[in-house]
Ligand binder design. Structure first.
Ligand SMILES: [Zn+2]
Length: 180
């Protein structure tokens, strides 16, 4: 059975704000929460501070660094459950939520990964669950899609995202000011 990924209001807002802030650059960060065998609850999304470096360096950095894991364990009741990053529209090329070869290579077993795809959009769009387990919507000119993946025993599978807050978010899609 596929692992389900539950996003809290905090995590959802954190993912949107941190990825929109650096658009069109890519954002990287960690996911804090807790897990059961078939569900991962993401309570917070914390952007990684040195994200203006190359993807590979960033990933190797924090995954090898036990400082992050220790800091989380010492200061909170949450665990490091995975990481996230954004894919940004590049020129005319629209970003997707598909994992790149590099994303798959640096995917740590036993964790989840969330990909936030951002593209320019001209019209508002309601937040909705899509049949493929992705959540999509728009904020002030940005089209946003969130997809989650889970790696178990060496295999990476798509993990449906559940985010009750996103449903309530539909009615106030102008709540976040556009950056710049
Ligand atoms: Zn990627």
């Amino acid at each position: 059975m596929a692992v389900e990924v539950y996003l809290s209001e905090n995590a959802f807002i954190g993912l949107l704000v941190s990825t929109i802030e650096v658009y069109r650059r890519e954002c990287f960060g960690i996911l804090l929460g807790h897990s059961t065998p078939d569900r991962v609850f993401v309570d917070f999304a914390v952007p990684y501070q040195t994200a203006n470096r190359k993807f590979r360096e960033v990933h190797i950095d924090w995954k090898r660094s036990e400082r992050v894991e220790e800091a989380v364990r010492e200061t909170s009741r949450w665990a490091l459950v995975g990481d996230y990053h954004s894919h940004a529209m590049y020129g005319p090329l629209r970003a997707t939520t598909q994992l790149s070869a590099e994303d798959q290579e640096y995917f740590t077993d036993g964790t989840v990964g969330i990909v936030v795809a951002l593209n320019d959009i001209s019209r508002p769009k309601r937040w909705a669950y899509r049949p493929d387990g992705v959540i999509s919507g728009a904020i002030n000119g940005y089209s946003i899609r969130l997809a989650a993946y889970a790696k178990r025993n060496g295999q990476i599978d798509k993990a449906p995202i559940i985010c009750p807050y996103a449903v309530g978010f539909m009615g106030k899609r102008r709540a976040l000011p556009r950056a710049g």
